[in-house]
Design a protein around this ligand. Structure first.
Ligand SMILES: Cc1ncc(COP(=O)(O)O)c(C=O)c1O
Length: 384
């Protein structure tokens, strides 16, 4: 049999973490390892999509995405993200996943280096490798996992082409400050680098202000800003997101997306228009629910022996420190899954800098299940 391409065999196999391990475990597991929103997609979004089907929006559309959606996104990016963009600067994608695939594939050559602050989001690592590029980890130090010049600058070489960030950060729950983003901007400008900014959790913050790094002076032409309807509107299964980039780089990005999928399903884009233009209270309600869940989980985790949990500033993840237990995070996560049926992700899944932590998703289960999970975890840590 002929062999698969080198880009497949030379990169690490896709790792689904604790989710894949949990599939083989029988019994009543509570899943806190996946970032899948607990809420249903709001009705007005579903209704607009059904109406689009009834209205016959079932054919090929503009390859960049339908104009009303790109116009609504341009208005949102200008008013909320301080990015001065028009509908022509936007590409609608199949979730943030396709936006980042297009960005890494279009901008990285084999051998180029991409700096990933660590703990990192593993899906980005996989795409950097598929592009033939080299991920270079820049470990950040807990408990705040702040971006510092000292953490990033020593990793820049003549081969560095890009810095890739997630803000608000999965898995640490950090919302980067203006000062932290300025460090990235200064390095990118000084060394002529791209910045790829994953902002899928931009709406899920608990007081900290989310800032798009692309809005900083000198950053518009070198930043690809990516977001999606996935988390904030509970639309993970819809597969719809978007990116904005300088007009000069748009043809390169579209060379990837059009070869890959032509464009995003036409009728679901009408649902996305409704998400942006419909009542804002649906989004506010979801974030309020996430805050209640966060407060419960952080308070409960801090009562467990050997566990210390800072308050996440954004996202749907707590990232408690479990070093006091003396156990490796993977070993502990597996033991907890088998002993009390609670599945969380090991911090080491996000790179060595995540070791000594667990990632606990508080946005994926209704409150009664979340309380049950915390009771089980309390029992587990009491008996450890
Ligand atoms: C940081 C981050 N980026 C991207 C994604 C995937 O987004 P999408 O489902 O829109 O492709 C996730 C999903 O968990 C995520 O946490």
């Amino acid at each position: 049999m002929p062999k698969p391409a080198n880009r497949i065999t030379a990169s690490a196999p896709k790792n689904f973490g604790m989710f894949a391990r949990a599939m083989a475990v029988p019994g009543d597991l509570i899943h806190l390892e996946l970032g899948m929103p607990a809420a249903d997609t709001p009705d007005h979004i579903k209704a607009a999509t059904i109406q689009a089907l009834r209205d016959g929006h079932v054919h090929y559309s503009d390859l960049r995405g339908i104009e009303p959606l790109r116009a609504a996104l341009a208005a949102k990016l200008s008013s909320q993200n301080d990015l001065n963009v028009t509908a022509d600067d936007i590409l609608v994608t199949n979730g943030l996943t396709q936006a980042s695939f297009a960005a890494f594939m279009a901008l990285l050559d084999p051998g180029d280096e991409c700096i990933l602050p660590e703990p990192y989001y593993p899906q980005h690592l996989g795409k950097i490798e598929l592009a033939g590029a080299v991920p270079v980890f820049a470990p950040l130090a807990g408990p705040d996992f702040a971006i510092t010049h000292a953490a990033l600058e020593p990793h820049i070489t003549s081969r560095t082409k890009m810095i890739s960030i997630v803000n608000p950060c999965n898995p640490t729950g950090r919302v980067y400050s203006l000062e932290e983003l300025q460090i990235i901007a200064d390095l990118a400008i000084d060394h002529d680098l791209w910045v790829i900014s994953d902002e899928v959790y931009e709406h899920i913050t608990y007081g900290a202000q989310h800032i798009s790094v692309g809005s900083l002076p000198g950053m518009a032409a070198r930043t690809i800003t990516m977001s999606a309807f996935t988390k904030a509107y509970a639309m993970d299964g819809w597969r719809i997101g978007y990116l904005t980039a300088h007009p000069d780089v748009m043809p390169a990005l579209m060379k990837i997306t059009t070869n890959e999928v032509t464009h995003v399903n036409t009728f679901i884009q009408y649902g996305a228009v409704a998400a942006l233009t419909g009542p804002p209270d649906a989004l506010a309600r979801m974030v309020a629910d996430d805050r209640v869940a966060r407060d419960l989980v952080v308070a409960r985790l801090n009562q467990m022996p050997g566990v210390t949990c800072p308050e996440p500033e954004g996202t749907i993840y707590a990232f408690p420190d479990i070093t006091a237990t003396g156990m490796a995070s993977q070993e502990l996560a597996e033991m907890m899954m088998h002993d009390v049926g609670v599945v969380v992700e090991a911090g080491s899944f996000y790179g060595d800098a995540g070791e000594g932590h667990l990632r606990v998703c508080f946005g994926a289960q209704p409150m009664d299940r979340l309380s049950d999970a915390m009771d089980r975890m309390q029992r587990f840590f009491n008996e450890l």
